[in-house]
Design a protein around this ligand. Structure first.
Ligand SMILES: [Zn+2]
Length: 135
């Protein structure tokens, strides 16, 4: 598990995981991590489609991939967020919508694949912090 924080460079759009404020790995633009809150996403381990990364979209902004049984943290400003994830060519997803507020600064979510007859669906659920695996 990683202590790193995922951020998308506002200048070149490269998604990267960094430990603290610093230069973009690609274009050297200074990256400033939002400090209001953190969205933590855990992809539950599953024997299904393990090799395929899940793509993450936060308020329609693509934020890279999440491998099986891995978690990431995305620092954010206070606000309303909608998390959408896709699995390979599979675009079906039960999105999660939530607010990051001064009362709830850390939002924990778990994603898993739900098997269907024809296609599988990514299901994202907001969970209590205690149920998350340690970082
Ligand atoms: Zn950049």
């Amino acid at each position: 598990m990683s202590q790193l924080l995922r951020i998308k460079c506002p200048s070149c759009g490269t998604v990267q995981d960094i430990a603290a404020n610093g230069p973009c790995q690609k274009c050297s633009t200074a990256l400033n991590l939002p400090e209001d809150g953190v969205i933590q996403i855990y992809r539950m381990g599953s024997p299904l489609g393990v090799a395929v990364g899940m793509s993450i979209y936060l308020n329609e902004v693509p934020l890279g991939h999440l491998a099986n049984a891995e978690s990431i943290r995305i620092p954010v400003a206070y606000g309303h967020y909608k998390l959408h994830m896709t699995h390979g060519m599979n675009r079906k997803c039960k999105d999660a919508e939530f607010d990051v507020t001064p009362q709830e600064r850390i939002v924990c979510l778990k994603a898993h694949l739900k098997m269907g007859l024809i296609t599988n669906t990514v299901v994202i659920e907001k969970v209590a912090a205690e149920t998350m695996p340690p970082l």
